[in-house]
Design a protein around this ligand. Structure first.
Ligand SMILES: Cc1cc2nc3c(=O)[nH]c(=O)nc-3n(C[C@H](O)[C@H](O)[C@H](O)COP(=O)(O)OP(=O)(O)OC[C@H]3O[C@@H](n4cnc5c(N)ncnc54)[C@H](O)[C@@H]3O)c2cc1C
Length: 513
């Protein structure tokens, strides 16, 4: 497999960069540069059909963008890594009309007790209709998101790995592992922690290497559930390095430290798990019949840039961290919803200057925070007397509602506030689902368009009506005159003045028609 040489475009300067779409001639490539290049096959090629890639494909299809997803694996992976979807991701599923379908396959659990596993209930009165955790295995989420993307018109090809690419002024030529070449306007690397796209792009991935490794697997135990529970109660208080979670019918998810067991290069064995269980708990619970066994590390890294020219990164390709609090998949899905409409706007030709660069400006700091909270949680899971004392202290502090709420808003991402400049606290935050005359607010965001909630019945989206919907008399629950929502559900403007509204419509949705 050989890689095409990668030619980095100069960093984006914030200058208007448009595709060659009708009605806009500012960025048309010169005839000479076009003539010697293959015609564009797709608007966007996505490397990787994990949760991030599948969600991004669906978001782009809401805007009729021609999308191809290339997935290296032929079969879905069987690892059931995920705890579940946290509140903001559940809200996003509701915003895109996917929640009913996903909920059928999941189990609702209480939203609390995910920060370092400190056992405190979620604070009362959380500002969300969806204040729970939706437990659902990762392969099921991926399958549902992929089906959804395909229904919307995305093409997904399995067993096709991206091996190289070269970008130029008006597109990217992507080379697959089998040598096939495809031409696209943009390439997005959603190809996971070891991202080929990120490596070929030469983007730095600074952070900390893995300090510890953990074994995780699913297997049957040879003792009763009561015996397992009794042992966990006895050992779990002082030793937080292992976990056994029942899946029913004697099957457990088992997590144990990997230190001291077989060669890292080899896949873990059932005997590795048994040995580690004996070392940490004094018994191996008679484990047998493994369904799958895996190993993961606690490396923490963040890509220096999310975009170089026409190539972007999202999900684990852009950030990795220990699974504490169960945030990685959620973060990737949220990246996808932030990026989708912006990239679509760029391709459709209406993106205002530098809109695409707001993807990194908004999402990089969010990932930085997640990395930091997982670092803190890892320390709180350590079994030394110091970390255990800090953990007890934090548990006491979490009895204060505000502390508990702050930590829960971090883990569930409902506390995210993008920096849109000076303004009321709601500016830049997501709007929770609300009852409106026409039903519920999120039901109006299924198409991934902007939305003006107008109580004044004086304002209008005018020439932006092809990108932004308008709802009169809808914000009774908000007690605000007028709110402009972006397609990702974040508040882009609050006010009651038409000129001010027009300025903000231009800022987010480009020139009016
Ligand atoms: C033990 C464990 C527990 C976890 N628990 C949780 C949890 O509870 N909650 C949570 O939110 N997150 C959790 N995570 C993290 C979560 O699994 C990841 O963050 C998530 O899978 C990232 O999604 P992604 O789509 O960005 O990347 P991935 O899921 O890694 O998907 C990348 C895809 O790209 C494909 N690919 C790779 N290279 C190429 C290529 N060159 N060309 C084409 N395709 C390619 C891969 O086959 C893969 O399908 C956990 C992780 C671990 C290890």
């Amino acid at each position: 497999m050989h890689s095409l040489p990668f030619t980095a475009e100069p960093p984006s300067t914030g200058a208007v960069e448009r595709d060659s779409v009708a009605g806009d001639v500012s960025g048309l490539p010169s005839p000479a540069s076009r003539a010697d290049r293959a015609p564009v096959d797709f608007d966007v090629i996505i490397a990787g059909c994990g949760p991030t890639g599948a969600m991004l494909a669906a978001e782009l299809r809401l805007h009729q963008v021609r999308v191809l997803v290339l997935e290296r694996e032929t079969e879905p992976v069987s690892f059931v890594r995920i705890v579940g979807l946290h509140i903001r991701s559940i809200e996003l599923m509701a915003m895109r009309g996917l929640l009913e379908r996903i909920r059928e396959h999941g189990r609702q659990r209480p939203a609390g007790a995910y920060f370092a596993g400190i056992d405190k209930p979620a604070p009362a009165g959380l500002d969300s209709t969806y204040a729970y955790l939706l437990g659902i295995p990762q392969p099921v989420i991926v399958q549902l998101l992929e089906e959804h993307a395909i229904e919307l018109g995305a093409q997904v090809r399995h067993g096709r790995a991206v091996a190289g690419f070269v970008q130029d002024d008006d597109g990217v030529t992507v080379e697959l592992a089998d040598g096939e070449q495809l031409r696209t306007r943009y390439l997005v690397g959603c190809d996971g922690a070891r991202s080929t796209v990120r490596k070929l792009l030469g983007v730095g991935f600074p952070g900390e290497p893995a300090r510890t490794e953990t074994l995780m697997g699913e297997m049957s135990v040879g003792v009763s559930q009561e015996e397992v529970a009794a042992k966990l109660a006895e050992v779990g208080e002082t030793n937080r390095q292992f976990q056994l979670r029942p899946f029913g019918a004697g099957v457990y998810s088992v997590v144990v430290p990997a230190a001291g067991v077989s060669d890292r290069a080899e896949p873990p064995t059932l005997e590795d798990f048994a040995q580690q269980l004996r070392a940490t708990t004094g018994t191996d619970f008679g484990v047998h019949s493994p369904r799958w066994l895996s190993r993961f590390g606690d490396a923490t890294r963040l890509a220096e840039r999310y975009r170089v020219g026409r190539v972007l990164l999202a999900g684990d390709a852009a950030h990795i961290h220990p699974p504490a609090g169960g945030q990685g998949l959620n973060l990737g899905v949220q990246d996808a919803v932030n990026l989708g409409w912006k990239l679509a706007a760029q391709i459709r030709g209406w993106a205002p200057q530098a809109l695409l660069d707001t993807y990194q400006a908004e999402r990089h700091p969010v990932a930085e925070e997640v990395l930091d909270n997982t670092r803190a949680q890892v320390e709180l899971h350590s079994s030394g007397p110091g970390p255990r004392a800090v953990r007890r202290l934090l548990a006491e502090l979490m009895d204060f509602d505000e502390v508990n709420r702050h930590l829960l808003e971090k883990i569930t991402a409902i506390g995210v506030r993008y920096d849109f400049g000076e303004g009321p606290d709601l500016l830049g935050r997501r709007l929770p689902d609300l009852d409106v005359k026409q039903g519920n607010l999120y039901g109006l965001l299924h198409r991934g368009r902007g939305l003006l909630l107008d109580r004044t019945e004086r304002l209008t989206v005018g020439g932006w009506a092809d990108r932004v919907d308008q709802l009169a008399d809808a914000t009774a629950a908000l007690d605000l005159p007028c709110v402009l929502l972006r397609p990702d559900g974040h508040v882009a403007w609050i006010g009651d003045d038409q000129q001010d509204l027009d300025d903000h419509l231009s800022r987010w949705f480009g020139r009016p028609n």
